[in-house]
Design a protein around this ligand. Structure first.
Ligand code: CP
Length: 296
């Protein structure tokens, strides 16, 4: 595997290998070391979890990491992303972790050297493959019979790159039922697996896993605005609704959570919340991704 740009490029064998390796790293006392393999992170959009966990993952594998300060890079003087990558590669960087507001930006790059690895850390509304993989790891650790699960993804499905990547990944691993719960203004942009409902009760009923999504305020165009108080009343995941789901439901969210909008405080910190376990697993899944790319 040269790059990780989208879940769609992965086979089921790829996913199983990544899960097994991430699980190994989670329980290992010692890690392999790849000090010759340096990494640069280029985040054109803000991030807490993704950037830090890629950095921590690289450091655990003894890979040197450099963060390019995008506010002060020479792209502000007109240098293209391709040229930025070529220049960093000329300094000896091997892997690039990149987040950008433009859909498909990495897939559309021309003239990428065959010597480097690109990792999509979130591109616009398109894909966030490492997030989907760490989410799957969290589910698989706790409910390994994926083909028996009903999973509900609730919220701003339309603008969510996480929802897109999860749709592809859940289709690949064959979960039993995937339900997107979203208001009429935020339906899925593409629906090749699962179904969409406007009813939160329909989605939550007998769900094994409930994944809340952040309202992507920065991506809402005029025709996609929704009063957040109304949204919260109709789609906020509140403790009193959890009785609709299975008693051992997993409550998840990729973060950052807008508490009181997508989820109540009591749900975020509920005993059945796996939100911080997702974050923990992110480090190990990203170690597995780095290793897979550099050993390919
Ligand atoms: N889940 C996620 O992508 O979080 P960050 O935006 O903090 O990286």
């Amino acid at each position: 595997m040269q790059h990780l740009l989208s879940i769609k490029q992965l086979s089921i064998a790829d996913v199983e290998l990544l899960l097994a390796r991430a699980h190994f790293f989670k329980h290992a006392k010692k890690y392999p070391e790849y000090p010759e393999q340096s990494v640069a992170t280029l985040f054109y959009e803000n991030s807490t979890r993704t950037r830090m966990s890629f950095e921590i993952a690289a450091k655990k594998l003894a890979m040197p990491v450099y963060n390019l300060d995008m506010a002060h890079s020479s792209e502000s003087k007109g240098e293209s992303l391709s040229d930025t990558l070529a220049n960093l590669a000329a300094m000896g960087i091997h892997s690039f972790v990149l987040r950008h507001s433009e859909d498909h930006i990495l897939e559309n790059l021309k003239g990428v050297s065959s010597q480097i690895h690109l990792i999509n850390a979130g591109d616009g509304q398109h894909a966030h493959p490492s997030q989907a993989l760490l989410d799957l790891m969290t589910i698989w650790e706790n409910k390994p019979a994926l083909n028996t699960l009903k999973i509900a993804i609730v919220g701003d499905v339309r603008h969510s790159r996480v929802a897109n990547s999860l749709q592809s990944l859940f289709a690949l691993v064959g979960v039993k039922e995937l339900v997107f719960v979203a208001p009429a203004v935020w339906p899925p942009r593409t629906l090749h697996f699962g179904r969409w409902t406007e009813s939160l009760r329909d989605g939550l009923e007998d769900a094994d896993v409930v994944i809340g999504l952040r309202v992507q305020k920065e991506r809402l165009k005029k025709d996609a605005q929704l009063d957040l108080t109304d949204y919260c009343m109709q789609y906020g995941i509140r403790q009193e609704l959890l009785g609709l789901a299975k008693s051992d439901v997993m409550l998840m969210h990729p973060g950052p959570v807008n508490r009181g909008i997508e989820m109540d405080d009591t749900v975020v910190s509920h005993p059945r919340s796996y939100i911080l376990q997702q974050v923990t697993n992110g480090v190990f899944m990203r170690m597995a991704i780095f290793e897979r790319l550099i050993l390919a």
